[in-house]
Design a protein around this ligand. Structure first.
Ligand code: SAT
Ligand code: MN
Length: 585
């Protein structure tokens, strides 16, 4: 065995990975600033990174046009038994998949450096953190992982057990062959999870959630399985602290599908005087029950991998401040002055632009200059509204859980569930119009239970059961449904969203304090009075409940639930029947 590190299990695994992938050399990442700068220089030299003149230590880059988002059809859960993966995941037999992957990965790093990234999801040293080691042949991945997770010697020194994460762009290099700026495989992408042995193998993509394996692969798909077994929750949720004008503070967690505004809600600048929002995370929450019976949440991440387009000094000023320095921009447009740009950043595009594909762009082309899923990677510590407890290993106590999605019809602005079980039903029946965050048909309505459809590492019916089994706990958070995206018959949004979402958070805050007027409806409680003076909105268009449309919605949920057969918890059918009864079906 080679003494790559002081860690025996890691050394044995690295020996196997070297023998399999045949890299030209191996580099153990220490996570230092010098190492980061050397890798950035290497990426500049390779033509991947372009330094930005307007933002210190920041870079623009663009991917291969066929490697711009998560690939759900190429994401696999390889449990021993297909039933364990359930009807919403792509399943493959683990033995067959392993056999196939061994062929794909054989020699795949020839001519490249194998980078070894020890990383920690959650604060280093916290009993709740989970460590992983990602092996990758992509320096771009190393740089992004350093921002998104805690990496390097400080992790290696404490490493005990770890989740092995193998990643390759899948493009070996011959001795004299010139490398591409963004090597990847168009034909062969595989994002593979072995939930029983807790391993991740990713091949052929260098982008986001496909390649930064601590994020969706570990902190959601593998962690959801760990959470099921350990009695906790690994969720696709932002975490915020909300303080009212009297100085009282509450924490909330909110699940929305990718591309539905989690980063904007996490960084909200309230329009209501005296209210304050502080952020702990914008994408992932790990939640556990504390000894006082309350739910405590931590954000296992260290950075933000946010969507650029639509972000501006008016929609999300805090995000604009966050990305002033130390940021990697991927698939944005690039200005003549050496800065980045995307649709929605300013009303008019700058006069001369290079598109995300690296070619001259003009508005006559009638195509966006930035890719709709263009991203910024930035340290969370740069957020001007970071919550002081963001690294507290114990986490923060959650008073409200919010489920949101992108729905142009049917779902009102906000309603409160009658109880935990109905709240779980709301989560389970979430659907949303698709966004550019995953490959697929943008705008198409699809079921996305708990915003976890692409991220649950086991049978979704068992995941529902896992949520339901907490219903007997005493100090449960209240559960809410929100929808910022309702439209009128002319196709215009009926709610301004962004900083005005504080009106909704205020009502939720008050409800969790036993205040806040509410009126009972078939769906749950909706606000009795909400002071929306000064806003150009019609209360009816925000809160109306169309009985006819809801009956159809209920029918639709019933046929979706049928997918899970016998495994679907009976409580959810009871909830659906009760909803239909309240609707008068
Ligand atoms: O999975 S990514 O990290 O690329 C982004 C997302 O879908 O939330
Ligand atoms: Mn996400």
């Amino acid at each position: 065995m080679t003494n790559w590190t002081p860690h025996e299990k890691l050394n044995a695994w690295l020996d196997d990975m070297v023998a399999l992938c045949k890299p030209s050399s191996l580099h153990i990442c220490d996570g230092s600033q010098e190492e980061y700068e050397t890798l950035c220089q290497l990426l500049i030299h390779k033509g991947v990174f372009v330094p930005l003149k307007q933002r210190a230590n920041s870079f623009w880059c663009h991917s291969d046009p066929q490697d711009v988002a998560r690939v759900e059809e190429a994401t696999f859960i390889c449990s021993q038994n297909q039933e364990e993966a359930g009807p919403t995941n792509n399943w493959r037999d683990p033995v067959e998949m392993r056999h196939h992957l061994l062929k794909l990965f054989a020699g795949c790093m020839q001519g490249r450096v194998m980078y070894v990234i020890p990383f920690c999801m959650g604060p280093i040293g916290s009993p709740y953190s989970v460590m992983g080691v990602e092996v990758t042949d992509s320096p771009y991945v190393v740089c992004n992982m350093r921002i998104m997770t805690r990496i390097g010697s400080s992790v290696l020194n404490l490493l005990e057990d770890f989740v092995p994460c193998l990643h390759s762009v899948g493009v070996p290099l011959q001795p004299d062959e010139k490398d591409m700026a963004w090597p990847c495989r168009h034909d062969q992408k595989y994002i593979v999870h072995f939930p029983e042995t807790r391993e991740i193998w990713s091949f052929g993509s260098g982008y986001g959630g496909n390649a930064l394996l601590g994020k969706k692969c570990l902190a959601l798909r593998i962690a959801s399985v760990m959470a099921r077994d350990g009695g906790w929750l690994a969720e696709h949720m932002l975490i915020i602290g909300v303080t009212n004008p009297a100085g009282e503070k509450k924490y909330m967690a909110a699940a929305f599908p990718s591309g539905c505004g989690k980063t904007n809600l996490a960084m909200l600048q309230p329009s209501l005087p005296g209210w304050k929002i502080e952020m702990l995370g914008d994408d992932i929450a790990w939640m556990r029950f504390g000894s006082d019976g309350r739910v405590y949440a931590i954000n296992p991440e260290f950075g933000i991998f946010g969507i650029g387009p639509g972000t501006s000094t008016s929609s999300n000023p805090n995000a604009m401040t966050t990305i002033e320095k130390n940021t990697i921009f991927t698939n944005t447009a690039f200005t003549a002055e050496g800065d980045i740009w995307w649709e929605g950043m300013t009303l008019q595009p700058p006069s001369s632009l290079t598109s995300w594909k690296g070619v001259p762009w003009s508005s006559d082309l009638a195509i966006p200059a930035a890719h709709p899923n263009a991203r910024f990677t930035v340290p969370l510590s740069q957020s001007p509204i970071l919550d002081p407890l963001w690294e507290d290993p114990k986490g923060v106590p959650i008073s409200a859980i919010i489920f949101g999605s992108r729905r142009s019809t049917v779902i009102p602005l906000v309603y409160e569930s009658f109880n935990w079980e109905q709240g779980v039903f709301i989560g389970a029946s979430l659907s949303s119009e698709m966004t550019a965050a995953a490959k697929g048909e943008v705008g198409k309505l699809r079921h996305d239970p708990f915003a976890m459809l692409p991220f649950c590492g086991y049978n979704m019916a068992d995941y529902f059961k896992h949520w339901l089994h907490f219903s007997t706990k005493e100090h449960l958070p209240r559960i809410y449904s929100v929808n910022w995206f309702r439209k009128n018959s002319e196709g215009q949004f009926v709610w301004p969203g962004y900083s005005e979402n504080i009106h909704v958070l205020k009502w939720i805050f008050e409800r969790t304090s036993g205040e806040g007027d509410a009126k009972e409806t078939p769906l749950g409680f909706i606000p009795e009075h909400m002071d929306l003076s000064g806003l150009n909105v019609r209360i009816a268009s925000l809160f109306s409940i169309d009985n006819q449309a809801w009956r159809k919605e209920a029918e639709e949920i019933r046929s979706y639930f049928a997918l899970f057969g016998e495994r679907l918890p009976k409580e959810l059918i009871d909830q659906l029947n009760a909803l239909e009864e309240r609707l008068g079906v």
